[in-house]
Design a protein around this ligand. Structure first.
Ligand code: ADP
Length: 454
């Protein structure tokens, strides 16, 4: 339960006039909030039960196109409705907007009222339920990295995305002075999110000019994904209100470091850390070793869910803190998987592969599926690696392009068994479509290279 307002508390705030608008939102394939703005009276009287949306919203791309090839929705099927079912445990104020509250909705079939299997929240819930059968809950944290730019989204779009000047003139990793200059955006981000019930730990400057990081306290997987999604949305809205742009594109410049969304993961049994064993030199339990072995063995299968666009793969380059290899290491930022908190209750694995553009529900679901498979099959964890993993030729590579990741996703028996064929096929189609759209594009690079000299 990630909300801070009960339905009764919402009703009293609507009655007092403190809240006049309720955002009923669901999460789309890209991890964005989509939905409707309700007059609060209507929401608390009737629409809290359910509302509706066109089913193309879970079969579209970033541009809201209607690609062919999806089994679930198409022109042929007439693009009917889905039910948006408000999850009343997620009601929260939206303090950065006046008189507004928000509720997250699950997406149900219009006729059967069953959850739509490829809806991101449903995909994650399915893995959480599986984990529960094994006696565990997953605690997760996603670190949000992004860039702040001097100008607004509208100004940048109107200049053809040419005028990209980061808000800072230099690498601001852990810088207090430079980040002081950014407090007009970052202070409201921290405080408004906190007031919305999102347990913000801190923000900091990151290792590039204009790059920021937001850390949110770890929580159960579904709450963590809800927090991530709302935080990303809030960062864009708060930046927009301040006349700035916040971008989660993983790689906006070939010579600048990219933005990640590292995912910290641990399993628990009740309030006991199932990953911790005091007798192990690193404090790692057998369960943790099997889980990590699954994460590593199946990394190519689920890379698409960590890197869902053509641009995502531009981030994976040597010497940028973005990994290129699917190995693990102890507190070493050059490997795909980093052991953190070793020897303590907080022992956990951080997956460093994901970019800032990942959908946290799908990413966490896919990693849980891989970890669960590791536990079920008692997979053995290979020894850790050390040194500069970029230069380790024996270590396996992360799929290097969206095309490669589509092949490994399509042929993943593990994900097909864990998520179901219809879910995997749905996202394979999304991935193919993204590649088809890119292949159709004539890029600036091609024109500059060949216009005169070809
Ligand atoms: P870093 O040095 O990478 O910034 P932090 O100590 O700030 O590491 O922690 C990073 C994230 O890990 C935080 O969001 C924190 O809440 C989360 N975290 C801490 N303990 C756990 C745990 N046991 N399981 C999952 N996430 C955790």
């Amino acid at each position: 339960m990630s909300g801070t307002l009960s339905f009764d508390a919402l009703k009293s705030q609507v009655a007092s006039g403190a809240i006049d608008t309720v955002l009923a939102c669901f999460v789309d394939m890209q991890g964005r909030l989509m939905g409707k703005r309700f007059h609060a009276d209507n929401f608390v009287e009737t629409s809290y039960r359910e509302t509706h949306c066109c089913n193309y919203l879970l079969a579209t791309d970033l541009e809201m196109a209607t690609p062919d090839g999806y089994a679930a929705s198409s022109w042929e099927k007439g693009y009917g409705d889905y039910v948006m079912k408000p999850d009343l445990t997620t009601i929260r104020p939206v303090p950065w907007l006046e008189g507004t509250a928000m509720v997250l909705c699950d997406i149900l079939d219009h006729h059967t009222h069953e959850e739509v299997p490829h809806a991101p929240r449903a995909v994650l819930k399915r893995q959480i339920a599986k984990l529960k059968e094994l006696g565990f809950t997953a605690m997760m944290a996603t670190e949000l990295e992004f860039f702040l730019f001097e100008k607004s989204f509208d100004e940048i779009r109107k200049s053809g995305f040419r005028d990209l000047t980061p808000i800072s003139g230099y690498n601001e990793d852990y810088h207090i002075f430079q980040t002081t200059k950014e407090e007009a955006v970052m202070r409201p981000v921290r405080n408004h999110l906190f007031a919305a019930g999102i347990p913000v730990e801190n923000t900091k400057g990151e290792a590039e000019a204009g790059q920021e990081e937001l850390n949110i306290r770890y929580s159960e997987a579904l709450d963590c994904a809800d927090h991530h999604t709302i935080a990303k949305h809030a960062i864009k809205e708060i930046s927009w209100a301040a006349g700035r742009a916040a971008s989660f594109l993983p790689k906006w410049h070939p010579d600048r470091v990219g933005s990640a969304a590292h995912v910290h993961q641990s399993l628990w049994t009740g309030d006991k850390p199932a990953f911790f064993d005091a007798n192990d030199p690193l404090g790692m339990s057998e369960i943790m070793r099997h889980y990590m072995a699954g994460l590593i063995a199946y990394a190519p299968d689920y890379t698409y869910f960590l890197a869902p666009y053509v641009n995502s793969y531009k981030r994976f380059s040597k010497g940028t803190f973005a990994p290129t290899k699917t190995v693990w290491s102890v507190d070493n930022r050059t490997a795909g998987f980093r052991l953190c908190g070793d020897g303590t209750n907080g022992v956990r694995v951080e997956c460093r592969i994901g970019g800032s553009d990942l959908n946290p529900y799908l990413a966490q679901a896919a990693m849980l599926a891989a970890g669960i498979k590791g536990i079920e099959d008692k997979l053995e964890l290979a020894p850790d690696t050390s040194g500069d993993v970029y230069e380790n030729e024996k270590a396996a590579d992360i799929p290097r392009t969206l095309r490669d990741a589509t092949v490994t996703l399509r042929s993943s028996k593990m994900l097909r068994a864990a998520m179901g064929d219809e879910v995997v096929d749905h996202y394979v189609r999304a991935s193919e479509w993204e590649q088809e759209e890119f292949d159709r594009a004539v890029t600036d690079w091609e024109i500059a290279r060949g216009f005169e000299r070809a």
